[in-house]
Design a protein around this ligand. Structure first.
Ligand code: CMC
Length: 428
């Protein structure tokens, strides 16, 4: 017999189907609740609502497990290859050799920005936030590449995905060059994805930036660890926008905007600013912990806590180890890493954080690696966005390919005025 949940209220009793996944939480299907009872459901911030079925990423927040298409995230750390992971997320399987070569060739073919798009950068104020530039320019791509406004075939999707993933990196680097008043450096087709990004960021017209294998691996790893995280704020945004059949560019541009906030991707900036403040003596680590616990103080310990993880974020564990590796390979010591470790130790031994199951999240250590690579703080969230693009594309595609998907349209509980009359201006 198929299991059902029974909901009783007043003298009514209705049966609700149970939805099974292949792993993890089961759900009670309430999609017919309104039609059958006239009642809607209330779940602020959707903390208890599965708003889609997805076969892309699996998280077990209690055990600290993260898998992409079934593969544990730890298995991507040995020979990190962001492009391979991007393909895996979007198309469901690791690419075979032919697919890998083809996708890399497409990324290379799409790495330049149309000169009209490039020229727009000179009209943007030099101190503009790079996240604003990234979001606006991704949207602008639709003005130039109109063929990608409708993506209705697998071939069209591969082309659009390659275009977005490739150009996001060029847009990011050009935004940085603009902010520094430096000449744009065109992409070098002989370089791999991450090396090419760093080349566009840091080469000079008279001097090629040389990237070591360790730095390339570190950036690949960082992008991989950010590549998808199921229905987080920005990914849900991409799905909500895409559900209206808005194009892939517009949907991903909306994802960038959602990611920007300090409770989401913007936290990686806040973490490093917090660590720098401590380093400069503005506040002690102990005071920082006290402030984070003080309910009259809006301050939160940046890079700590997560809606889903009630255990170590596996990404933070990997990044913490990677910090040591990267700094050692550069023969460098970063005092901010010592401060981060100290904060983590204080928090993990403090009943406030222990009781609430607050652990370091992906943003806690990522900034230390980005700093070591030479990425300035205002580009941290942009790097998160470059990493997250394959996830957004994969989730957009999954929704787009699902014939049962509908426009996302939540309900509300109205708490405003009852019916009343319009008052003309001279009587107010
Ligand atoms: N510092 C101090 N207290 C915290 C923190 C923190 N970082 N995070 C959560 N809490 C407290 C919160 O005040 C609440 O306490 P109480 O039960 O006494 O009211 C309790 O822990 C539960 O928190 P919540 O606000 O219900 O948790 P949430 O699931 O709504 O929010 C979060 C999750 C990530 C927004 C939050 O933990 C936070 O603001 N963290 C700091 C910002 C951050 O690091 N964001 C990056 C998240 S991971 C990567 C990403 O998504 O981009």
């Amino acid at each position: 017999m198929t299991e059902k949940a029974v909901l009783t209220f007043g003298d009514q009793q209705i049966e609700l189907p149970i939805v099974e996944g292949s792993d993890g939480n089961r759900a009670i299907d309430i999609s017919q609740l309104l039609a059958k009872t006239g009642m809607t459901s209330y779940d602020p911030a959707l903390g208890n609502t599965a708003f889609c079925k997805s076969a892309i990423t699996y998280i077990d927040g209690d055990k600290g497990i993260l898998r992409y298409r079934g593969i544990p995230i730890e298995q991507f750390t040995q020979h990190p290859n962001f492009i391979e992971v991007a393909w895996l997320l979007i198309f469901g399987e690791l690419p075979n050799e032919e697919e890998h070569i083809d996708f890399r060739a497409r990324l290379t073919a799409n790495e330049l920005l149309h000169e009209d798009i490039k020229d727009q950068f000179q009209f943007i104020p030099a101190d503009s936030p790079p996240m604003a530039i990234l979001s606006a320019t991704l949207n602008n791509l639709a003005c130039i590449h109109k063929e990608f406004l409708e993506v209705n075939s697998p071939e069209g999707l591969v082309g659009a995905a390659a275009r977005l993933i490739s150009k996001a990196r060029t847009i990011a680097a050009f935004a940085y060059r603009r902010s520094m008043g430096l000449p744009f450096i065109y992409p070098d087709p002989s370089l791999r994805y991450c090396a090419n990004f760093l080349h566009m960021m840091f080469s000079l017209p008279y001097k090629q930036y040389v990237v070591t294998d360790e730095i390339q691996d570190a950036l690949n790893l960082l992008f991989i660890l950010h590549a998808d995280h199921e229905q987080n704020c920005s990914t849900s945004t991409v799905r909500v926008v895409g559900s209206s059949h808005a194009n892939l560019f517009a949907s991903c541009a909306a994802g960038v905007s959602a990611l920007w906030g300090p409770l989401h991707g913007g936290a990686n900036v806040d973490v490093v600013e917090m660590l720098e403040r401590i380093y400069k003596g503005g506040i002690s680590p102990e005071q920082c912990i006290r402030d984070a616990k003080d309910k009259t103080n809006p301050f939160r310990l940046s890079g700590f806590g997560h809606r889903v993880y009630r255990n170590f974020d596996p990404r933070a564990k990997i990044l913490k180890a990677a910090c040591d590796r990267v700094l050692a390979s550069m023969n460098r010591h970063d005092p901010l890493l010592d401060i981060a470790r100290k904060l983590e130790e204080l928090a993990l031994n403090d009943p406030y954080f222990v009781e609430r199951k607050l652990y370091p999240n992906v943003d806690f250590y990522s900034g230390i690696i980005l700093r070591a690579i030479g990425i300035p703080t205002n580009m941290f969230t942009v790097c998160f966005a470059i990493g997250r693009l394959p996830g957004w594309i994969a989730q957009w595609k999954e929704q787009h390919d699902d014939p049962s998907s509908r426009i996302v349209r939540p309900r509300q509980i109205y708490t405003g005025e009852g019916e009343r009359n319009y008052v003309p201006m001279d009587q107010r």
